[in-house]
Every structure is written in structure tokens, then in C-alpha cells.
Design a protein around this ligand. Structure first.
Ligand SMILES: N[C@@H](CCC(=O)N[C@@H](CS)C(=O)NCC(=O)O)C(=O)O
Length: 203
């Protein structure tokens, strides 16, 4: 198995954190987005979406999409559990994980991709869309603040894949889109500090 990985981009970091939580170390092949390596013909032949991360199995099978990769890893290495132990918990974690992806990550990612000069080569930028998405991101932060004021982690009382999605989002995008996790978000700050101190955050 090997993981096609970019050291800076937030989505591959989701998989690296997930693997680190499991205590797994899969060989990594760097694909540097900043150098356009994800668009190179040999990578595009393997991974037609030209995105990272991608997991290549020993028989050459490619799995794209960070959550699909995590689900595969979770099935192979169930402990420590990050995606739910029974059908109800799996549904609850998936519910929150999808909300973190669609409602938090995507607004931040769109705001970044449609406004940051470094993304101009990869995106047909629509600055007004970035502005709208920035507002959405701030609104979702407020909801997250309320959630984290009453529970320890994003999906409840224990660390899950939903925390990884939210943490890697908030560790990367806010300053790039002019949003500060400031005193308006004390519970988000508390939780960010706790997740940042987990060994997996170094991944
Ligand atoms: N939904 C995909 C998103 C993958 C993705 O967009 N990765 C970014 C890096 S964070 C990428 O490869 N960007 C290259 C590009 O935009 O051309 C996943 O979860 O794996």
C-alpha cells in the first residue's frame, strides 16, 4: 500500500491524521500540488481526478476520496475506532462528518480557492462567490462553537473522523481567507488546542 500525498494541502492531512490515530505508517509518495505534480501525465493515468490523497493497494487498485480511504483503513484496522462501533453510532458520526465536510470545509475551501492568488492557476476564480462562502464559513463556525460548548468533541464525547475533518479545515484555511478563530469562539479554541496536542496532529 502507498499513499499519494501532499505535505501542505489539508485533505491529505486528514488521511495522515487518521492513520496516525491508528498507529499506522503507510509509505507515502509526495505529489506536490504547488509544482503541478498532481497534473503530470503519470499521476493522471493513475488518478484521473488529479487530486490528492489517493491510496494505491499492492495490486494497483486506487482508492480516491479521503473518507473512502479512511473507511477502508477503519475496516482493516478497527481500533482505535474513529467511525462508530454500532449502526447508530456510525450513522451519528457519519452525519456530523458530512456536515463538517459540506458545511465547514467546503465554504472555507471555496472562499480560499476563489480568492487566493496561489489558487488562480487551479480555479476559475469568482471573487463574489468567495465572499459569499466566507460568510457561510463564519456562520458555520458559530454553530460549531455552540456544539463544542456543550460537548467535548465535534460528534459527541469522543474523538472521531469528524474531528479530523473539522480540525484540518480550521488549522489550514481561516487565515488564508481572512477569518480569525478569536474570542468569539472560546470552545472552538479549547477544542483546537486539545486536538493540536494529540500526537496525530503532527502527521
Ligand atoms: N473530496 C476529495 C478532495 C480532494 C482534494 O480536492 N484535494 C486537493 C488538495 S486539499 C487537491 O488535490 N487539489 C488539487 C487541485 O485542486 O487541482 C477528498 O476528500 O479526497
Amino acid at each position: 500500500m502507498k499513499l499519494y500525498d501532499d505535505a501542505i494541502a489539508p485533505t491529505p492531512r486528514r488521511v495522515r491524521m487518521f492513520l496516525a490515530e491508528k498507529g499506522l505508517d503507510i509509505p507515502r509518495v509526495p505529489v506536490v500540488i504547488g509544482k503541478g505534480e498532481h497534473l503530470a501525465p503519470d499521476y493522471a493515468a493513475r488518478v484521473p481526478s488529479c487530486r490528492v490523497p489517493a491510496l494505491e493497494l499492492d495490486d494497483g487498485t486506487i482508492i480516491c476520496e479521503s473518507v473512502a480511504i479512511c473507511r477502508y483503513i477503519e475496516a482493516l484496522h478497527p481500533e482505535p475506532n474513529l467511525m462508530g462501533r454500532d449502526p447508530l453510532e456510525q450513522a451519528r458520526i457519519e452525519m456530523v462528518q458530512r456536515r463538517m465536510e459540506f458545511e465547514l470545509l467546503l465554504p472555507f475551501a471555496h472562499a480560499f480557492r476563489h480568492s487566493h492568488p496561489k489558487m488562480a492557476a487551479l480555479e476559475v476564480q469568482v471573487p463574489a462567490f468567495a465572499d459569499v462562502q466566507r460568510v457561510q464559513a463564519e456562520k458555520r463556525l458559530t454553530v460549531l462553537e455552540a456544539d463544542l460548548a456543550r460537548q467535548g468533541f465535534v460528534a459527541g464525547d469522543r474523538f472521531t473522523i469528524a474531528d479530523i475533518t473539522a480540525f484540518t479545515t480550521l488549522a489550514f484555511f481561516p487565515r488564508l481567507v481572512g477569518i480569525t478563530i478569536d474570542e468569539r469562539y472560546p470552545s472552538v479554541q479549547r477544542w483546537m488546542g486539545e486536538v493540536a496536542s494529540r500526537p496525530s496532529a503532527a502527521a
